[in-house]
Write a new protein. Structure first.
Lengths: 254, 586
């Protein structure tokens, strides 16, 4: 469902993504972990067609993001860590707008929305301007509208940021449920416990490369650690040699 | 299937119209004082501009035998300048709208064709970049119509012509923005901008050398020839391939009743808009996507070259980033000179200087505003050869004072006013630092005042020098601009602290609220009031017959009133701002 083939992205002389090859089959819940600036967001941006790869290809549901962007995006949904919403619209207007862009008939928009709105407890806010909503509520509106057209592939960056534990649980359950129904999930997060709890497979990106892929158990085995996935992650992404730094010479500027 | 769903473009336009309507409706919830202020300011501008244009056009039109020619040339010049300004405005707005806009990134992840995203952004950018210009020139066109007693259909036709005309700089600006995005990074753009503006200034300074007219030349040559020579520098506005030429010709011909000629130029304009519009709509979408990908993928543009990559690699290997920490930085070394400034004060100043320098918008606008003023002032040396009357020299010197202060007011409102709100946003570091918020605001006031004083004082001294004013006049204007610079900064800092907006991160949106509008209006009223007061009470007289005689009592009275107004306008908001900040709960 998601096929990344030798994906490379250079920003000037920086190799942000350096030859990632990965296949995520239909219905799999895939989590990607990695330190800051590891190349996760760049990989996602290429996967959703926001930027061109320097080389290699990204295919979603069999469609290449560069040569068949519309076909690919029609089957895809992407929610970034700080999603864009039209401040002057209400959540219902935004949800309907998104559905229409995905060419959904009005009655289908209503049916899908009637399922999602109560699950995300959006009823009290449905007809109030988005500009007045809290970050968590905005995040819920973004996720609900992204799931509205029942995408075949759902890419989401840090979905739990700003969500209270109650709604974080709802999002997790819903994503799991959709995954069981055949939706492929590609989730990027720093919350290792989310990956451990939710993912069928976890990928670790470091220095633009896919360092390891497997089930949490496989990753633990590969790292040679027991216990939480965090230990495996830290072992696999540990810098070669931590350098002791003496800052005593960094005094005031004369 | 296609026919059953609204097109994406229609959906986007519908959403924008709905958002706009909500903004208008939300005005009901705004402060009535703000609404009254904005309405009064806008209507005041329209009425004043109309009166000035009407009087000016009638005055010029009365020149025997030359009136028509001068008005015609002025209109050509106006539309040519308008074209240039619209082009710059469209370039800036399009760049921001295409490559720095979150809606664009959002739309690019949806099943909306790139062409449609580009078409929507092109239309949106053109409207945003052009509406203010239409508002600015509307009084002129009404005045032109009334002076020339045109038929009623002139007005809707002109509206249509201008509507078409703005399309061309819109398309060209968008195309340029795409090219800039594809081939320039921030640093290259900054260098190119500085070089471009410097080149423009040099060309303007060298190109516009007015011809000296003597009584003798007026006697020997035909007056028309002399005028034509005098206007030679504006002849570029009549270059027949300029879109502004087609617009001016169609407007003037329609006004004169030469409908066939007007329709010809109108058709030329229409065909060009359709031709380039079609190219943009059909083909620029892919180039836009390419540029968008480049913008979001950019390291340094220089990294394309091997020599740069090798140099960076060498630097990376040879320099230890930790060792760099103890290397002195020029800016901080300068600020630490003799230990006059406390470390926290130095840190805040260094931060503000860095933020200013790294924000192209801030220094680009300051550079543009004061650069244009410098060009004008430098060119005064040509005027003074013809301005032998002390009255005109005195008038021009006061007008320069007004222009310089108005430029400053634009910058203080746009950049100084929102500073406190933005610092409040960073409360976790600046607001909680031991320096305290009141000291922070006080520091902002002193820093912005002294920095801007360097520019305003320099310009006024240059103006006095170009006008050949004596030491007493120069000292007088220098003292006045010092007071006005501090007052305008006090207004911006004080009102910024009095009307903060901690929710907003975009300075432009902070300025568009009540406090920002109030700041602009108060600064404007202060400048107009002060300049008029000082000019009327000038120690060297005002009426043409009185210029030259020294009037100490007038000077004392107007000087005292000016200082009083300055104190009232500046110190009161600043003190109130300090008090408000002391009581602020962030």
């Amino acid at each position: 469902m998601i096929e990344l083939e030798n994906l490379v992205k250079h920003f000037g002389d920086v190799h942000a993504v350096d030859g990632i090859t990965l296949t995520v089959p239909r219905g799999e819940f895939f989590c990607v972990l990695g330190p800051n600036a590891a190349g996760k967001t760049t990989t996602i941006k290429m996967m959703v067609g926001l930027i061109r790869p320097t080389s290699g290809s990204a295919r979603v549901a069999g469609f290449d993001l560069q040569s068949q962007p519309l076909e690919a995006r029609a089957r895809l949904s992407y929610v970034p860590d700080f999603p864009f919403l039209y401040d002057k619209l209400t959540p219902w207007e935004f949800i309907r707008f998104t559905g229409q862009l995905f060419r959904m008939p009005d009655d289908r928009i209503r049916t899908e929305a009637e399922e999602l709105i109560p699950r995300f407890s959006l009823e009290p806010w449905l007809h109030k301007p988005i500009e007045g909503l809290s970050h968590g509520t905005r995040q819920r509106v973004a996720i609900a509208s992204a799931l509205l057209h029942r995408p075949e592939v759902f890419v989401i960056d840090e979905p739990m940021v700003g969500l209270d534990p109650h709604h974080a649980r709802i999002v997790k359950d819903l994503l799991r449920e959709r995954s069981r129904q055949g939706m492929t999930l590609f989730l990027s997060t720093h919350q290792i416990e989310v990956a451990e709890e939710m993912a069928d497979r976890v990928g670790i990106i470091h220095h633009g490369r896919l360092m390891a892929v497997g089930t949490p158990e496989e990753l633990r085995r590969r790292a040679g650690v027991d216990g939480a996935l965090e230990q495996a992650f830290l072992t696999l992404t540990r810098p070669p040699e931590a350098k002791a730094v003496d800052l005593s010479s960094c005094g005031e500027v004369p | 299937m296609t026919g059953t769903f609204p097109s994406p473009l229609r959906l986007l336009v519908g959403t924008a119209v709905r958002s706009m309507w909500r903004r208008v409706v939300s005005l009901r919830d705004q402060s009535w004082l703000l609404l009254a202020l904005i309405t009064a300011f806008l209507s005041g501008y329209a009425v004043l501009a109309f009166a000035l244009f009407y009087g000016g056009l009638r005055f010029i039109g009365r020149f025997p035998g030359l009136g028509g020619l001068l008005v015609e040339r002025l209109l050509f010049l106006l539309f040519a300048c308008l074209f240039g300004l619209l082009l710059i405005s469209n370039l800036i707005v399009s760049y921001t709208n295409l490559f720095r806009n979150r809606e664009t990134a959002f739309l690019l992840t949806l099943p909306v064709p790139r062409q449609v995203v580009f078409q929507w952004k092109l239309a949106e950018s053109t409207v945003i970049a052009s509406w203010a210009f239409l508002f600015l020139i509307a009084p002129l066109l009404v005045a032109y119509g009334l002076v020339h007693q045109v038929a009623w259909h002139f007005y809707p036709m002109v509206l249509l012509m201008i509507g078409l005309f703005i399309g061309l700089p819109g398309i060209l600006g968008c195309w340029l923005a795409v090219q800039v995005a594809r081939f320039m990074d921030r640093r290259t753009f900054q260098v190119a901008l500085v070089l471009g503006v410097s080149l423009l200034v040099a060309v303007l300074v060298l190109r516009f050398r007015p011809t000296t007219v003597t009584e003798e030349s007026l006697e020997t040559a035909r007056v028309l020839n002399v005028i034509d020579r005098l206007l030679d520098n504006t002849r570029f506005a009549q270059f027949p391939l300029l879109p502004s030429y087609w617009l001016s010709s169609s407007v003037q011909n329609w006004g004169e009743g030469a409908v066939r000629a007007a329709l010809f130029f109108f058709s030329v304009l229409l065909s060009h808009v359709l031709f380039f519009g079609m190219i943009a709509v059909l083909w620029l979408g892919d180039a836009f996507y390419e540029a968008s990908s480049v913008v979001h993928s950019r390291g340094s543009l220089l990294a394309r070259w091997d020599w740069f990559r090798r140099r960076e690699e060498r630097r990376r290997r040879s320099s230890d980033p930790i060792a760099r920490l103890s290397r002195p930085v020029l800016l901080e070394t300068l600020l630490a000179w003799r230990g006059i400034l406390a470390p926290d004060v130095r840190a805040l100043i260094a931060k503000d200087v860095r933020v200013f320098w790294r924000d192209t918008t801030q220094w680009g606008q300051a550079f543009m505003l004061f650069g244009l003023l410098t060009v004008y002032i430098v060119n005064l040396r040509h005027f003074t050869r013809q301005l032998d009357s002390p009255f005109w020299i005195s008038l021009v010197s006061y007008l320069n004072l007004g222009a310089c202060s108005l430029n400053l007011a634009t910058l203080t409102t746009r950049f100084v006013f929102p500073q406190f709100s933005l610092e409040g946003k960073r409360v976790w570091v600046v607001g909680l630092a031991p320096i305290g918020l009141v000291s922070l605001v006080r520091l902002k006031f002193w820093l912005t005042s002294w920095t801007t004083l360097g520019v305003t004082l320099g310009l006024i001294l240059l103006s006095c020098s170009m006008l050949g004013l004596d030491a007493a006049h120069t000292l007088f204007f220098a003292a006045v601009i010092v007071v006005m610079t501090f007052t305008l900064n006090a207004i911006a800092v004080g009102l910024g602290a009095l009307y903060p907006n901690f929710r907003e991160t975009n300075p432009a949106k902070i300025v568009s609220g009540f406090g920002g509008t109030f700041c602009l209006v108060l600064s404007f009223l202060y400048i107009v009031g002060s300049v008029v007061l000082l000019a009327l009470g000038s120690p060297w007289g005002w009426r043409p017959e009185a210029v030259g005689e020294f009037r100490p009592y007038h000077a004392l009275a107007s000087g005292t009133a000016f200082l009083g107004i300055s104190l009232l306008s500046g110190a009161v908001p600043l003190r109130m701002g300090f008090r408000r900040v002391a009581a602020t709960e962030l």
